[in-house]
Design a protein around this ligand. Structure first.
Ligand SMILES: *Cc1c(COP(=O)(O)O)cnc(C)c1O
Length: 381
């Protein structure tokens, strides 16, 4: 029997639908009170002082980097294997990414290579918890402090996971999360900027809203309030260049419902990974992508490494099993072809990476079907 197994699938149902219905009933879909409610709930959940909801992690990273007002042309250290947004966030701010090699085991930023690549021009480092596997933030922070680098944690892969009993995304100066539809939890599209330094990120509330320093929904009642006849309710000032990056109430409503299920969804993804790991233990040509440590985890990617990537992807495709590759090293893209920083580990490892189906609602039977494919492939070699 041939099935179709998707690579990613958002886990949304009655609870999310009910939340959307609430937004419809209030007839307030844009930036409104639900965004504030979601921000507060998120801050409480990851245990940080303040969070700001935006329409993507790409926007979150752009604004997070802007908070420091680095001088144009300064350099930002980013891992070679990540999604484009980590590097483009630096470039949107007129800064130059410097690509750091990855750790051969975790595929996260290599702390050894980080130390080699730091120069006096470098102002920040953006670690990415690749696939959801935590970067050793205690050691990274030591290096960052020694070189006065700001730390912007790209936590797009790992909403809810912990490292040393602390939520990932709360170690750096600012942490950014993604609620894109494929990620650990979703609002359709969405992102969050989080920090313990409230003063640092407060100005971003205006820059996510075209630079306007007032929220429309807080002003709305005063438009018609007879007690405020003389108040210039329509007045606002723009002092800073801003962007249309706000989260909206529709997304925030879905986010609140997803947040209430996040731990359970992470646990279900961890259980599926456990099943995969048991199933591939004895294979010769296929090894786990990462040193999965499932306790209190929020892995977004399950994958394998094999020197027969092209053959494996074709083999699984014939059986209706979707696969992916996360990621081709960024300097291999035309946009960054001028970059000549050495990244030998990334270049050696990326041809072996295969992402396999993983999502909260994946069924044991689907995992077993993928495993059967992997075992049959291993046997043919
Ligand atoms: C998905 C992702 C982003 C961007 O997230 P969006 O919400 O889609 O903008 C940024 N960084 C990494 C590492 C990602 O995987």
């Amino acid at each position: 029997m041939t099935r179709q197994v998707r690579l990613f699938r958002p886990s949304v149902g009655a609870l999310e639908l009910e939340a959307v219905r609430g937004a419809f009933e209030r007839s307030w879909l844009g930036l409104g009170p639900k965004v504030g409610e979601f921000e507060t709930a998120w801050s409480r959940y990851i245990r940080c002082a303040d969070s700001i909801g935006v329409n993507s992690a790409t926007a979150a990273l752009h604004l997070a980097v802007s908070a420091f007002r680095f001088r144009a042309g300064a350099k930002v250290l980013v891992p070679a294997i990540t999604f484009a947004s980590t590097a483009t966030a630096a470039m949107y701010n007129g800064l130059e990414p410097v690509f750091v090699d990855v750790d051969p085991v975790t595929l996260g930023i290599s702390l050894d290579d980080l130390q080699r690549k730091i120069t006096p021009d470098c102002v920040a480092v953006m670690p990415v918890h690749y696939g959801g596997h935590p970067v050793p933030m205690d050691r990274l922070l030591e290096i960052a402090r020694a070189h006065r680098l700001k730390v912007i944690e790209d936590s797009a892969h790992c909403a809810g996971g912990e490292y040393q009993q602390r939520k990932i995304g709360t170690f750096g100066d600012i942490g950014c999360f993604s609620f894109e539809e494929k990620k650990c939890m979703t609002t359709g599209d969405g992102g969050m900027i989080c920090s313990d330094d409230v003063e640092l990120i407060t100005p971003l509330r205006a820059t996510r809203w075209v630079g306007i320093d007032k929220d429309t929904w807080k002003r709305a009642h005063s438009y018609t309030d007879p007690a405020e006849l003389e108040a210039q309710h329509w007045y606002y000032e723009i002092a800073e260049l801003g962007y249309k990056y706000n989260m909206n109430d529709l997304a925030a409503s879905i986010g609140l419902a997803q947040l209430s299920r996040l731990d359970e969804m992470n646990a279900r993804r961890a259980a599926a990974i456990g099943r995969y790991l048991d199933g591939i233990r004895d294979l010769r040509t296929i090894k786990p992508l990462l040193p999965y440590a499932l306790e209190r985890s929020s892995y977004w990617v399950f994958g394998v490494r094999t020197t027969k990537r092209r053959e494996l992807i074709t083999f699984l495709k014939k059986r209706g099993i979707a696969t992916g590759v996360h990621y081709m090293p960024l300097p291999l893209h035309p946009l960054w072809k001028a970059h000549e920083e050495p990244i030998p580990v990334a270049l050696r490892e990326w041809p072996n990476l295969v992402t396999l189906p993983l999502f909260a609602d994946i069924e044991d039977a689907e995992v077993d079907y993928v495993l059967e494919g992997l075992r049959d492939f291993d046997r043919t070699l």
